[in-house]
Design a protein around this ligand. Structure first.
Ligand code: NAD
Length: 455
């Protein structure tokens, strides 16, 4: 559903409606926006999109503008005569810039539009990653866009976000890899992704891209899918056209069956720590035509300060969150599954660390580590392996956090000032599993509203 606030986040609902909205405004209280989320019949962006570039990148900017036009976006290449426009997005293209001075004009033009960026508007910066052999000036020019993008994200308000597409390995600015990432960041599907710079490499062009049903004909397995984020992932992959096999422990069998019924999928009761879990997953997909997408979502918490940590608490978290993924991947690689797209659930705790979560953070950092090492192995068979790191997501698990901690946790998120929803994580996973994301491999995409707090 579009424009839906987190159901448990009553504060965000209150400060966006009627009398309480007026009071919050007068008192200068934080007023988190109601984020726009994907709806099939809604336009891609909330208004016209401006494409700006430095002089050297103008050719790339033209090619990108042409593609945006083919998506029925109202694209502009200049701000002239657009004083009254509320921009739905601004795309800054700096792919061919060779000196920091060369990008000033384009960057300041972008700055001049920000006061007229619509609520839930988008800034997307398209640049190239620094590469071996770059001159210091070129490396500086390219690297600068990263800090720039993260900072713009922190300056935007009203549900607007800023993200970057960083081309690697000579990927063309208008390649399907680059355009797929650009479209994701411009769309409502990236509502809770903010301040992220995603490296995107080259991939074979696609004959035909189905933007409505990108996963049509694919078979996906989602572990831990009986509730929470896993159930949202299963629903989203099914919405995008995939046949979905949902996996969870036998104790969650009833809710698992309900999710499977809802999406006309298949339920498989399986503990992911079982020694033959990978083989079981392959067996479950054989009659559907084989396995295309695997989402390692099953995860548990056993929070304790390390000084008080019992062996069982450490070991259970490592077994479910990390060792199971390693074993399953090994079995799938050994079986030679071709074109497999793996997405693993990491966490911002695994990046920033979190008190009381040494076991959990070890497991989630471990996921990031094995994703980087698995990526080249699956790539040999035409696949990809990526991770998604959620921040504060409103689920059963986060509802168990004490009220005050939860409330502070939400509001200190720099520009969005609220937790994300399971659908936000699911949208990122659906994007990373899709054919247009073939050029994204070994990466970690944070879905955290640019915060580092949470599990
Ligand atoms: P959740 O507890 O609501 O759901 C986890 C599911 O995994 C449950 O259905 C559970 O039965 C299943 N599961 C647990 N152990 C299993 C096993 N051995 N085999 C099969 N299934 C098993 O959790 P959630 O909040 O939806 O989190 C889902 C994933 O996202 C986890 O990996 C979690 O670490 C990660 N994550 C969540 C958040 C958040 O804020 N909620 C933030 C960062 C990362």
């Amino acid at each position: 559903m579009a424009d839906q606030p987190a159901p448990s986040d009553k504060y965000t609902v209150a400060v966006n409606r009627g009398f309480t909205k007026t009071i919050a405004k007068k008192l200068g209280l934080p007023r988190p926006a109601i984020l726009r989320r994907y709806a099939a019949d809604a336009p891609l962006t909330v208004g016209p999109v401006l494409v700006v570039s430095d002089g050297a990148s103008a050719g790339d900017a033209d090619a990108i503008a042409k593609s945006l036009g083919s998506w029925d976006v109202d694209v502009r290449r200049s701000t002239e005569g657009a004083d009254d426009v509320r921009w739905g997005g601004v795309v800054l293209v700096g792919t061919a810039a060779e000196s920091p001075e060369a990008v000033s004009e384009a960057v300041l033009t972008l700055g001049g539009t920000l006061r007229r960026l619509a609520g839930n508007g988008r800034v997307v910066v398209i640049s190239r990653a620094p590469e071996a052999g770059d001159s210091p000036a070129v490396a500086a020019t390219r690297a600068g866009f990263e800090g720039f993008t993260r900072s713009v994200g922190k300056e935007l308000r009203a549900g607007a976000t800023a993200n970057g597409v960083q081309l690697t390995g000579g990927a063309a600015a208008d390649s399907i890899s680059a355009l797929g990432a650009l479209r994701f960041f411009l769309s409502a599907k990236s509502a809770y992704v903010d301040g992220q710079v995603l490296p995107v490499g080259p991939a074979d062009d696609l004959d035909d891209v189905d933007w409505q049903q990108p996963l049509a004909g694919k078979v996906a397995v989602v572990t831990g899918a009986a509730r929470g984020i896993g159930a949202a992932i299963a629903r989203t992959l099914a919405r995008d056209g995939a046949k979905v096999v949902v996996v969870d422990v036998p104790a969650a069998g009833e809710s698992l069956a309900a999710v499977a019924n809802e999406i006309k999928g298949t339920a498989v009761q399986l503990d992911v720590t079982a020694a033959d879990a990978g083989t079981k997953i392959l067996e479950a997909t054989r009659h559907l035509g084989g396995l295309d997408i695997l989402v390692h979502n099953a995860g548990i918490l056993r929070d304790k300060l390390l000084a008080n940590m019992k062996p069982a608490q450490w070991d259970a978290v490592i077994a479910v969150n990390l060792a199971s993924q390693l074993r399953i991947n090994e079995q799938l690689l050994a079986a030679g599954v071709e074109g497999l797209r793996i997405v693993s659930l990491a966490s911002t705790s695994g990046i920033a660390g979190n008190k009381g979560q040494t076991n959990y953070a070890y497991s989630k950092s471990g996921v990031i580590g094995h994703t980087a090492a698995t990526a080249p192995l699956v790539a040999e068979l035409g696949g990809t392996a990526n991770a998604v790191a959620p921040g504060f997501i409103e689920t059963e698990m986060t509802r168990s956090i004490p009220f005050a901690t939860r409330e502070v946790g939400r509001r200190i998120i720099p520009s969005l000032q609220q937790g994300g929803l399971p659908i936000d994580v699911a949208e990122a996973i659906a994007f990373l599993s899709s054919p247009v994301a073939r050029g994204v491999n070994g990466q970690v995409l944070r879905v955290c509203g640019q915060s580092m707090l949470g599990k």
